[in-house]
Write a protein that binds this ligand. Structure first.
Ligand code: GDP
Length: 285
């Protein structure tokens, strides 16, 4: 989790992706099911124009299933193919190839009409850092995969992983960067552990989380820490500190320590499966 982003990196990543996208038929985009919009970069819509699109709601094992379902409908309504997966265990991934074929049906038909047979569908994985791209590629391609060598017209060093006789996957994922300039986006990514939290104040993050929990998951704080529910997030952190005996020398509650504990409990699912953002209700966001 040591990724530092500088404008130079971003420009280079974008340029590389622009080149790679020319070679492919379908863009498979991984987003974090706990924060599907914050873990997305809207630039991809522009970059992937004209390509088939599949959105994978990854880390679905950590997200609230109720909202993951709503997110699935949300993206489907926008014309994307969508699947819920867990790249770590492989759950939900059996369906990927079928959906890739379905999403590329038009291309296959077009090829057939032109008399082109057996041209494989080419796919590429894209997503922000830490969303699970490498885990997905390793788990999807498995051990049995055969890597095809460099082909003419393919950027040097790039390889295609032959998934089956119909589908090939570019072995290097495209990296997108999140919308850091949006503070709420940065906060959600930091709470989820996808970006280093030392750029942001952990106590501030914990206050955001406590606030979100009391509004959206009432009862969780009470059952986890045995504290009273409150919409005053400083009080919640102080109560956690007292309940967990995180006290300073003078006996004052150690708010910062309670904050770290809360964030850690969230990331380790000790607060349950929590989704940090919910799909917008209306079509106009
Ligand atoms: P990349 O930067 O997009 O290539 O992300 P990685 O593949 O390195 O994954 C980042 C972290 O997320 C690793 O610790 C993975 O084990 C973890 N991870 C990836 N997919 C999942 C998933 O579906 N569920 C869970 N719980 N963890 C995952």
């Amino acid at each position: 989790m040591n990724i530092q982003w500088y404008p130079g990196h971003m420009t280079k990543a974008r340029r590389m992706m622009q080149e790679d996208i020319k070679l492919i038929d379908i863009v498979i985009e991984l987003v974090d099911a706990r924060l599907p919009l914050a873990s997305k970069n809207p630039d991809i819509d522009d970059l992937a124009k004209g390509k088939a699109r599949l959105i994978l709601l990854n880390k679905s094992d950590m997200a609230d299933p109720k909202y993951t379902k709503l997110w699935e409908s949300y993206f489907k309504a926008k014309g994307f193919f969508v699947l819920q997966i867990n790249a770590r265990t492989g759950a939900g991934m059996k369906a990927v190839t079928g959906v890739v074929n379905e999403a590329c049906k038009e291309k296959i038909e077009r090829d057939r009409r032109r008399g082109i047979k057996n041209r494989p569908i080419r796919a590429m994985i894209v997503g922000i850092p830490n969303v699970g791209k490498s885990t997905f590629i390793n788990s999807y391609a498995g051990k049995a995969c055969t890597k095809t060598g460099n082909k003419p017209g393919v950027t040097k060093g790039k390889q295609w992983i032959k998934l089956n006789k119909n589908v090939e996957l570019l072995d290097t994922p495209g990296i997108l960067w999140p919308k850091f300039e949006d503070q709420a986006v940065g906060q959600k990514l930091a709470i989820s552990g996808s970006i280093k939290d030392d750029i942001l104040n952990i106590t501030e993050l914990a206050m955001k989380l406590a606030d979100y929990m009391s509004k959206n998951y009432p009862g969780t704080m009470a059952s986890r820490y045995g504290i009273e529910e409150s919409d005053d997030s400083v009080k919640v952190l102080a109560d956690i500190a007292i309940a967990k005996c995180c006290l300073m020398k003078g006996g004052e509650p150690n708010i910062d320590k309670a904050a770290s504990m809360l964030i850690d409990d969230f990331r380790s699912l000790r607060l349950g499966k929590v989704t940090l953002e919910q799909p917008p209700q209306s079509e106009e966001e």
